[in-house]
Design a protein around this ligand. Structure first.
Ligand code: FMN
Length: 283
């Protein structure tokens, strides 16, 4: 059981002064360009003009800043959400996720498995409406999970391997979830799990891990890459090494969550990040 209050010898690492990057020099021309771009953005915002054409769903209400940013208070109970991105509710992916969940529960972490279902799940429209509302214009399971995300301390996303990639369901789901609500996952551990009959598992795993590493999420490891093999749940249950990999993943996730909570209790907050710099390859 973790302490409810911070110990008396609190390490005060929480508020570090933000360091400016003095070493990076920009030319006068670049400086004028940035100033111009900022002025255009500010003027557009002031006048209520949207720079992107947006089709909005009026039922999707904007969230407050407090709802968008995770709450970093230390707590005693922890919860992990496991998302099943297979069209089979209780298939091979579910079997793998259940093994991770059992290991987490054994270590005192609550779990919830969420199935994406088989109804069509649209891909991201790139309308950028979520930049102002923090929610997707398509009001489906993406917003359901985004709304529930602050309740959870860690996340596991599971997928069958389809043509050496993650399933279309989970790809559409994660594109929209992370594009609209990525900030809500920052500093929370994430892991991906894949299930395949024979091949393509590492490619799919690599694809899924990329959502975490673009969102400041620590990626949880195991003793092997997080995969099980089988075409049916029964076959997965015969993949003893795959199941052990799942249990080890659950143990590592529980350990990391406890370390993060212990850190918070000792006054160690997640980093305060610099304002985002976004450049592309032509400027
Ligand atoms: C459309 C489709 C594509 C698949 N592609 C692959 C593949 O590239 N490699 C592989 O090993 N298995 C492939 N499979 C098999 C599934 O990955 C495997 O049966 C998986 O364990 C099913 O998990 P589930 O029961 O959770 O859906 C494919 C299955 C389907 C339906």
């Amino acid at each position: 059981m973790l302490p409810r209050t911070a110990p008396s010898r609190t390490l005060n690492f929480g508020k570090q002064p933000m360091k400016m990057n003095k070493s990076k020099k920009i030319s006068r021309r670049e400086a004028l360009k940035y100033a111009g771009m900022t002025a255009v953005g500010a003027a557009a915002a002031y006048a209520g003009v949207k720079l992107w054409p947006v089709r909005e769903d009026p039922s999707v209400a904007p969230l407050s800043e407090a709802q968008l940013i995770p709450n970093y208070q230390s707590k005693t109970s922890m919860k992990v959400l496991l998302v099943n991105g297979s069209p089979h509710k209780k298939g091979c992916t579910y079997t793998a996720l259940s093994e991770v969940a059992s290991a987490l529960e054994k270590d005192g972490v609550e779990t919830e498995i969420f199935w994406l279902g088989i109804d069509p799940l649209a891909g991201c429209r790139g309308c950028a409406s979520c930049r102002s509302t923090g929610r997707c214009v398509l009001n489906d399971s993406v917003n359901t999970v985004a709304d529930k995300a602050p309740e959870f301390d860690g996340f596991v996303f599971g997928s069958p391997v389809h043509y050496a990639a993650a399933s279309g369901f989970i790809t559409s789901f994660l594109d929209r979830l992370f594009y609209s609500a990525g900030k809500r996952f920052a500093s929370k551990p994430g892991a991906a799990v894949v299930s395949c009959r024979r091949a393509g598992s590492t490619a799919a795993l690599e694809q899924l891990n990329k959502y975490f590493t673009i969102c400041n999420m620590p990626v949880v490891p195991s003793q092997y890459w997080n995969m099980v093999h089988g075409n049916t749940p029964d076959e997965v249950l015969q993949d003893l090494e795959g199941l052990q990999t799942m249990r080890t993943l659950g143990q590592n996730m529980a350990w990391l969550l406890k370390c993060i909570e212990a850190g918070k209790a000792a006054g160690i907050a997640p980093p305060t990040y610099e304002d985002r710099v976004a450049t592309n390859f032509i400027r």
